[in-house]
Structures are given as structure tokens and as C-alpha cells.
Design a protein around this ligand. Structure first.
Ligand SMILES: *Cc1c(COP(=O)(O)O)cnc(C)c1O
Length: 354
């Protein structure tokens, strides 16, 4: 695929103090852009200066929410090179999301080429301080200029990039999570397994309520019976109950996280007893009451591993592992981040140098 590059004539100064970066607030000098329509397919792959988009007020995305996205990071290794973590998984998941939302799928090779060429051009924006990275946000939306409701005939795919600070400034920090028993995020047959903006729009109310009560995110229950544990806001979730590690199995309403997948593969490889299964919230409450719940943690690209120190269910507060970081949470964090930043050997072939 031929990618036309138009360089930004006015590149910005790169941030020098990474402690004030935060998440997704400043963007690099360029963006990747690719256009699709029903007649021509994908065409006009290009890297252009970062700029505002101009879209028609009747664009599909603005009215009917035809939008999907991905999130991954470029990491700077000690030798100065920049690498990605399992990017093919993001491309495949985006194609699955596209299929669900009736947006166009992308040829894997071309999408990978776009990602690599874009990151290569912007790689100087990848900060080097511990825990920092260049966050990459591929996204796609339908922009038919008509109010008719149907599968899209015209779409745009973009990749933007943002240098981000360390998620943990003073080491791993346990979070407080509220189990949500009113709103639901997704149902089987819906869009739960797709990474689409609409899922987030529908999640915000519960998230806001939890925040007002001093919790950082909600833990969702299944949308039909409100009985089984699903996932946390933007993370999958794992529990160590006795000597079993449990994570909810992918039933269609849970986002198949790449961090989740990596943790499962690592734990299996290290001989742990890890099971993907249905986990009733009552079983979890019982394990918290009788003390067999040893550790709980969320896993996702942003924080990698987020130990859970407190869970609230039906106004009952449970402390997990004395509100401290568990041994296994710490081990997973060290191993996954070690591979991502190239500090430990990647024997699984997960990393891709740009
Ligand atoms: C992106 C996301 C995750 C985590 O997926 P990773 O690939 O590990 O980053 C989990 N849940 C939801 C709802 C998400 O959007």
C-alpha cells in the first residue's frame, strides 16, 4: 500500500516534563488517515498534519453512533528503540468491532503497515521516562452525508497519537471499585465485545455515580440476570480465590482485552490454575466474607494491572487483601510491563519494533 506523507511545516516542541502529561491531552504533529467507500473500498492512505476534522452535520456518526476505536501504546526501550505490544491483536479486534457495527473491515497487512509507518514517523514523541509511553488511538467512523438509517457507505479510519505520563506515579496503587447493580453495560447479542464509543456513552451514568461516592470505577454485572461478574469500566477483571484464579469467560458482552489475554497466557505458562468461567457475584461476596478472596485486580492497556483494594456491593464494603498490592498482581505487573518496555526477554514474540 502506498501511503502519501505530507509533513507538518510547523512541528511543535515536544514536552520535556512528563509528570504533567496526563492522559490524551496533547497530540503529535501528524495523523494517519484512510478513506473507504462502497464503490472504491479503502483508498487514499495518507499521513497529514494533525488538524481538526470537517464533517457534514448529517454524518452517520453524529446521529447513529457508528464509531469504533482501539487503544495501544508505543514503548521506548532502554536502547532507545520503540516497540509495540501485540499490535496484530488490536487490528483483529478492530475488524471484529467493525463487523459488529457494519463498518468496513481493513486488510490486516495494510492496517499494520499504516500503524508502523505512522509510529515510525512520530516515534520521537515517545517519552523515555519510566512508565511513560506514546498512546495510539486508531478509530473509525461512518460519515455518510444522509439521515437515512442503514449500514454505512462511507467511512474514515484515523490514527492519532498522544504522549502519556506514567499511570502510577508512586508504584502500584490499589483502587476502590463499586459493583453496579442498576445500570448494565452490555447484553449478549449486543455490542459488549466490540470496542465502540456507544458502550462508553451508556456507561458514563454509573461511572459518575460511583465517582461521587468515592469509587474510581464500577464493576459490571451481566445485563440479563445481574448475577455474573463481567468487567470493570475500561478493564477486565481477575480474582484469586483460594488457589484458583478466576476471570469471567467471554460470553459476548465482555470486551476481549489484550492485557487479559496476555495475563491468562502468562499464568497458564507459569503453571497457575486459571479458569475462564462464569463467576456469580454471590460467590465473590462469599469469598470476601470468608476471606478466601486473596487478590483482585483489573487489567487493561492504560494501567496494565490495577489492584483492587476495596469492593462495594449493595452498600456493603469489603476490603481486599488489606487494601495492599497482592503478590500475584505485582508479579503480573512486573512481567507484562517488563516485556512491554523491553526490560525482560519476550519469549512469546509479543513485541514488534517499529
Ligand atoms: C479496551 C477495553 C478493555 C481492555 O482491553 P486491553 O486490550 O487490555 O486494553 C477492557 N474493557 C473495555 C470495556 C475496554 O474498552
Amino acid at each position: 500500500m502506498d501511503i502519501k506523507v505530507t509533513l507538518n511545516p510547523n512541528p511543535k516542541a515536544k514536552p520535556t516534563d512528563t509528570s504533567t502529561l496526563g492522559f490524551g491531552k496533547i497530540f503529535t504533529d501528524h495523523m494517519f488517515r484512510w478513506t473507504w467507500d462502497k464503490d472504491q473500498g479503502w483508498h487514499d492512505a495518507r499521513i497529514v498534519p494533525f488538524e481538526r476534522l470537517s464533517i457534514h452535520p448529517a454524518s452517520t456518526v453524529l446521529h447513529y453512533g457508528s464509531e469504533i476505536f482501539e487503544g495501544l501504546k508505543a514503548y521506548r526501550r532502554a536502547d532507545g528503540k520503540v516497540q509495540l505490544f501485540r499490535p496484530i491483536e488490536n487490528i483483529r479486534r478492530m475488524n471484529n468491532s467493525a463487523e459488529r457495527l457494519c463498518l468496513p473491515e481493513m486488510p490486516e497487512d495494510d492496517a499494520m503497515q499504516a500503524l508502523l509507518e505512522f509510529v515510525r514517523l512520530e516515534q520521537d514523541w515517545t517519552p523515555a521516562d519510566k512508565g511513560t509511553s506514546l498512546y495510539l488511538r486508531p478509530f473509525m467512523f461512518g460519515d455518510d452525508e444522509s439521515l437515512g438509517v442503514h449500514a454505512v457507505h462511507h467511512a474514515e479510519f484515523l490514527i492519532i497519537a498522544s504522549p502519556v505520563g506514567s499511570y502510577y506515579k508512586e508504584g502500584l496503587n490499589p483502587v476502590k471499585i463499586m459493583i453496579e447493580d442498576q445500570d448494565v453495560r452490555a447484553v449478549r447479542g449486543g455490542t459488549g465485545y466490540a470496542k465502540c464509543g456507544g458502550n462508553y456513552a451508556a456507561s458514563n451514568r454509573a461511572g459518575e455515580r460511583a465517582e461521587q461516592m468515592g469509587y474510581s470505577q464500577v464493576l459490571w454485572l451481566d445485563g440479563v440476570e445481574r448475577k455474573y461478574i463481567e468487567e470493570v469500566g475500561a478493564m477486565n477483571v481477575m480474582f484469586k480465590i483460594g488457589d484458583e484464579i478466576v476471570t469471567p469467560k467471554l460470553t459476548g458482552s465482555i470486551l476481549p482485552g489484550i492485557t487479559r489475554k496476555s495475563c491468562i497466557e502468562l499464568l497458564k505458562d507459569e503453571g497457575y490454575n486459571i479458569n475462564e468461567r462464569l463467576l456469580p457475584v454471590e460467590e465473590l461476596a462469599q469469598a470476601m466474607t470468608d476471606g478466601t478472596l486473596e487478590e483482585a485486580w483489573g487489567c487493561g492497556t492504560a494501567a496494565v494491572i490495577s489492584p483492587i483494594g476495596e469492593l462495594c456491593y449493595k452498600e456493603h464494603k469489603y476490603t481486599v487483601n488489606n487494601n495492599e498490592i497482592g503478590e500475584l498482581s505485582q508479579h503480573l505487573y512486573d512481567t507484562v510491563t517488563g516485556i512491554q518496555w523491553g526490560e525482560i526477554e519476550d519469549k512469546y514474540g509479543w513485541t514488534v519494533e517499529v
